[in-house]
Design a protein around this ligand. Structure first.
Ligand SMILES: Cc1cc2nc3c(=O)[nH]c(=O)nc-3n(C[C@H](O)[C@H](O)[C@H](O)COP(=O)(O)OP(=O)(O)OC[C@H]3O[C@@H](n4cnc5c(N)ncnc54)[C@H](O)[C@@H]3O)c2cc1C
Ligand code: SF4
Length: 258
């Protein structure tokens, strides 16, 4: 645990968003950055709970108290190792995840939760700045090949894990660029797209082959997946909208998002 009395000494603090005058002139992320000192203070608020409910709240099971403590102690390189142990792309989740971990944080019972998402984003941004995020090609190749259909976050995480396990991985994507809704759904003001390109570079160096502009079932017959590859993983997302019988559904101007 960072600082035993941290949660009593410091309040939850988030950086101010970039000034409106600045934001009017661009489409870039609106969230501001915190200083190292601020982040260490926020990390110090973590109580290293005996039963850390943040773990349960996080769908990835991120090792949240561990990296909160490492940030408090200014041990950022170890923090990114702990973060990457459960999360392939913390630069995405640190920006767009709705942070159920914070809802679940024990401090949230009678105080404000730890700024888990903010700390996560800064750990990975700092790691990239320092050059700590390097390709991790496998030591041994399996000789097996896997086709992945769809390049959203699910397809990308799957591709990275399988490539690191030694398989030859090809990602097919029907859109002209890789990223799924990370690229074509989530707006730049929440997550700038160069972050996807940077990850793709790492993944290419790990052996992942990207094939955008290929709609499986149209440009490439489905049978080729089983004929040319040892396995196939379908990560195609959902473009089918779901109608709901909720109050106001019939009002004018109510449209499906997808
Ligand atoms: C406007 C918007 C904003 C959002 N904001 C947030 C947010 O702030 N936070 C958050 O957590 N989530 C957000 N989401 C939801 C999030 O983007 C999705 O939950 C996530 O992208 C799903 O990932 P996925 O990999 O399963 O699918 P997708 O990202 O949908 O990727 C599936 C990919 O498969 C491709 N594909 C489909 N069929 C084929 C085929 N036959 N051949 C080749 N390729 C194919 C598609 O083109 C697509 O690129 C948002 C979604 C939208 C639309
Ligand atoms: S629940 Fe909150 S205070 Fe407890 S370990 Fe997790 S982040 Fe820290």
């Amino acid at each position: 645990m960072g600082k035993i009395s941290g949660f009593m000494e410091y309040g939850r603090e988030l950086p101010s968003p970039r000034p409106v005058e600045e934001r009017l002139r661009d489409y870039l992320e609106i969230e501001g950055n915190a200083s190292t000192g601020q982040l260490q203070q926020q990390g110090a608020r973590c109580m290293d709970c005996g039963v850390p409910f943040c773990h349960n709240g996080c769908p990835l099971g991120n090792l949240i108290p561990d990296w909160n403590d490492l940030v408090f102690k200014d041990r950022w390189e170890e923090a990114i190792l702990a973060l990457h142990a459960t999360n392939n792309f913390p630069e995405f989740t640190g920006r767009v995840c709705p942070a159920p971990c914070e809802e679940a944080c024990v401090l949230n019972i009678n105080d404000d939760p730890v700024t888990i998402k903010l700390i996560e984003k800064h750990i990975i941004d700092h790691a990239f700045e320092q050059g700590w995020v390097k390709p991790l090609p496998p030591a041994l190749k399996s000789g097996k090949s896997v086709a992945i259909v769809g390049s959203g976050p699910a397809g990308l995480a799957c591709a990275q894990q399988l490539a690191r396990a030694g398989h030859d991985v090809t990602v097919f994507e029907r859109a002209d660029r890789i990223g799924g809704l990370l690229r074509y759904g989530i707006p730049d003001f929440k997550m700038e797209k160069h972050l996807i390109d940077r990850r793709m570079e790492q993944m290419r160096a790990e052996g992942v082959e990207f094939k955008p502009g290929v709609a499986v079932g149209e440009d490439l017959p489905v049978e080729r997946l089983t004929k040319d590859f040892d396995a196939a993983v379908l990560c195609v997302g959902s473009t089918e909208s779901r109608d709901l019988s909720v109050e106001g559904r019939d009002l004018d101007g109510i449209h499906f998002a997808m």
